[in-house]
Design a binder for this molecule. Structure first.
Ligand code: FAD
Length: 444
């Protein structure tokens, strides 16, 4: 079998490694248009902030190492520009030599990811201090700007995961940060009352948070940002982090089916509308695990899992992807926010008959020093008790509770079943009745 993989980072690199483990003889070619494969996207903001000190730490696998270890033909600086389905080949451009060549395939796995959204705001192309963050070169550019130009004030546009992580890391670099978000809250996966805790925390830490406002124009080569409210912010650095859109060009031009939001459509085996072409990761539309609706949830865990499934299926297993829960966590200065499943806004929109529980249990036994309350929210179906989602914000032990609930959801436990979970306990870590148990008691 000859398998071509497009994209060499989260999904692509996993697929390549899994394919090799399953099949010693398969011919595997991995194309990556950038210089690096398998780098730690999720670590990029922390390298800019100086928390991750070594740039090399971001490079999880070098092309040479991976190629040697797994016997994979890895071609960096090679962009797949066209899929020729009629003769089962792709056209590839060697970005160093500009040379075009063809490569035949039995199967393709598309893992091209998603690109930062770059809206046509007046003045955006003249703003030479404006950056988006996706790749190592993006990171190098931002870090270089911070190290050498020593900006005093920055604006981060967008209050999602990347925006918030960048706000925090720029703050660590001694930069005055303004964070602008169009919605009335940051962190869209959680509900307003939970996000409000984070709003306070950001403001306490000195981040200027502007909600319900968007950018109208960039002026003075990006030194001034005009907001829709009429406010103007003078800054030296702009980070644009308003979301991502799937890289669907190759798939689109090849006539593969796309979803409404532009994600590549697959069946549960992760085959696209052409069964010789699989697609995974940020570029695909998945089903929301809770409500079954189509969704785009760009996260590293799902991309990795999908890569494994696609590889298994190419080798002849029949494994399905069951959908994405969207379990996620982020550090916001001294706090942690984590969530899984649907939030209350979504449930309301869908007209689900649900109940919500809010609790504020301690992260561990109150008599042991250092306990902090965790604000927790559990959402479950009124009649069946089916768990629909959970959110938590606090200083410690936040993600552990959400991970337990995410596991409970996958195991089809109900809200009441949470009271029966036997979870590890000693005073520095939890209470004899863990916060997750407490949610179950209240639900009962
Ligand atoms: P990617 O990892 O983006 O890989 C796609 C690759 O394909 C790219 O390198 C691209 O150059 C290449 N490519 C595209 N088209 C072609 C082509 N035609 N030819 C050759 N190569 C091509 N997720 C989490 O779960 N937790 C986090 O904390 C987290 N933090 C993040 C922080 C940042 C700054 C960023 C940018 C992302 C973060 N993510 C996080 C998201 C996570 O990185 C993505 O969900 C994941 O990388 C998606 O994997 P992928 O394989 O679909 O795409």
């Amino acid at each position: 079998k000859k398998i071509l993989i497009v994209g060499g980072v989260a999904g692509g690199a996993t697929t390549a490694a899994r394919l090799r483990r399953l099949d010693e003889k398969a011919e595997i070619v991995l194309f990556e248009r950038g210089e690096y494969i398998s780098f730690a996207n999720c670590g990029l903001p922390y390298y800019i902030g100086g928390i991750i000190e070594e740039r090399d730490a971001l490079l999880v696998q070098t092309p040479e190492d991976m190629s040697r270890k797994f016997n994979i033909d890895i071609r960096v600086f090679n962009e797949v520009t066209k899929i020729n389905r009629e003769d089962k080949s792709v056209t590839v451009k060697n970005l160093k030599t500009e040379e075009l060549y063809q490569e035949s395939y039995d199967y393709i796995v598309l893992s091209p990811g998603a690109n930062p959204i770059f809206p046509p705001i007046p003045g955006i192309n003249e703003a030479d201090n404006l950056f988006t963050l996706r790749s190592i070169p993006d990171t190098d550019r931002i870090k270089d700007y911070v190290d050498n130009r020593k900006p005093k004030a920055a604006i981060v546009i967008g209050g999602g995961f990347i925006g918030i992580e960048m706000a925090e890391n720029l703050h660590y670099r001694g930069i005055e940060v303004t964070l602008v978000e169009m919605a009335n809250q940051i962190m869209a996966p959680i509900d307003y009352e939970m996000a409000a805790i984070l709003h306070n925390h950001l403001r306490d830490k000195g981040v200027q948070l502007i909600l319900e406002d968007g950018v109208k124009a960039f002026e003075d080569s990006g030194k001034k940002v005009l907001l829709q409210s009429g406010k103007a912010v003078s800054i030296d650095l702009i980070i644009l982090a308003i979301g991502v859109k799937p890289e669907n060009q190759l798939a689109k031009e090849a006539g593969l089916a796309l979803g409404e939001k532009g994600g590549i459509l697959t069946n549960p085996y992760l085959e696209t509308s052409d069964p010789a072409i699989y697609a995974i990761g940020d570029a695909i539309e998945i089903n929301d695990y809770i409500n079954g609706n189509p969704a785009m949830i760009p996260l590293a865990g799902p991309a990795n899992k999908q890569g494994r499934i696609a590889a298994n299926n190419i080798i002849g297993k029949r494994e399905t992807y069951s959908g994405t829960l969207g379990t996620a966590v982020a550090k916001i200065f001294d706090m942690t926010v984590a969530s899984t499943g649907n939030n209350e806004r979504t449930l309301k929109q869908l007209g689900v008959n649900y109940q919500a529980i809010h609790l504020h249990p301690g992260s561990h036994a109150g008599y042991y020093p250092g306990a902090f309350p965790i604000s927790m929210k559990l959402l479950f179906e009124s009649n069946s008790g089916k768990i629909l989602g959970a959110q938590a914000v606090g200083h410690k032990g936040v993600e552990k509770r959400i991970d337990v609930i995410a596991t409970a959801i996958k195991g089809n436990l109900t809200a009441v079943d949470l009271k029966e979970l036997e979870l590890s306990y000693a005073p520095p870590f939890s209470s004899a009745k863990d916060p997750v148990n407490m949610l179950g008691f209240v639900a009962a």
